[in-house]
Design a protein around this ligand. Sequence first.
Ligand code: FAD
Length: 393
Amino acid sequence: MSRYDAVIIGAGPAGAMAAHEIAEAGFKVLILEKHHRPGRPLCCAEAVTRQPLHDLLEPLESWIKSRINRVKVFGPWGYSFEVYHPEAGYILDRTVFDYDLASRAVEAGCRLECETIGLRLECGERLFSKLEILKPGGVKNMVEAPIFIAADGVESGIARRAGIDNDIDPTEVESLLQYRLEDISLDPETMEFHMGHDIAPGGYLWVFPRSSSAANVGLGITIKGQRSIRLENLLNGFIESRFKHSKIVEKHCGLVPKYQGRKAFRRGNLLVVGDAARALDSLTGAGIINAMKSGRYAGRAAVEYLSGRITGIDDIEELYPGRFFEEKEKELDLYLKLRQMYLRLTDDEIKDIIEVLDNYFGGKTVRSVNAFKLLAHLTRTRPRLLRLVRHLI
Ligand SMILES: Cc1cc2nc3c(=O)[nH]c(=O)nc-3n(C[C@H](O)[C@H](O)[C@H](O)COP(=O)(O)OP(=O)(O)OC[C@H]3O[C@@H](n4cnc5c(N)ncnc54)[C@H](O)[C@@H]3O)c2cc1C
């Protein structure tokens, strides 16, 4: 049986960041990836806000497909507004990005095993002590470590089988369908969001440009109460009217679960990070930055434990998920409440909001957006929206 200081299951952004932290500190780390390489296959619209990414890592040119400077929002009955937001964010090439993040961990000394699946943790006397793995050719093996990190994404079988309640309520989850389109013509610096019950009931449709002739175009809706609605029909309808002669080069389906609070982040010496911990922005479904952050905090906490600077495993809680929550809890809670508010909106209210925001942003250059100020402005201008905002308090 092989022994490591830490074993990480999943080489997405969360796992790769955790692995890098632990390997850099000189510990022996194994990271497992079930696919033949990190970053493929992948289901993501690839958008990140600029500053949070730069705060984590200086991005390489090869990670960036396009630079976003403008956001356009379309609502029912042709209402829309746009915001000029210089350097708002990037559309990444996640195939390159994920691969590079994992390579960075390997350069720091981590061992990466692809086509290897983490199956199940086994408990020692009190803590998890071994992980059963499935290697290519169907060979099963055990690896031993004092710390395990579940970074295995939205389905996170590792955390669930270890007794963490991260079940996805099928009526609450957002289902997504995305096409990668080519042979289209669009502004490579503008992200589009489309809302309203005809186009994206209980969700939104996005057009994220990868260049002036290619884009990720997708639709996410909450299944609750609308099982009969077919994502494919809605998305095809939009593409038919907007990008009639486009070529669909990839199709992806995925799920975005809701953030569930602290319960999904740790059990004993198993730290759970990224989508596996449901560390997503519940309103937009964005999770890349939170995956990287939670991975980094979990990796640092593991280093403190492995170096003996904290002794009892429960003292790790203050570092992970504690430090992550110090930074992100308010935001994650707010986005969860905003999602609940968003799901209650009628088309008439969406139209109202778009009108107010058009006045608020119209013609201005915006450098940052404060969600609390924006909500205060909305309710001052349209008091009837107060019924929705009440749920945020
Ligand atoms: C359609 C869609 C669009 C999205 N668009 C955006 C967006 O524009 N911006 C944004 O910020 N977020 C977006 N997201 C969310 C984003 O993709 C995730 O939040 C992010 O990938 C989470 O990173 P992660 O490392 O936690 O998990 P993942 O990226 O899912 O990585 C998990 C890794 O673990 C591997 N794995 C799983 N199980 C095992 C196992 N048992 N053993 C070994 N390896 C395993 C997987 O193969 C994978 O490589 C989108 C999601 C969807 C579905």
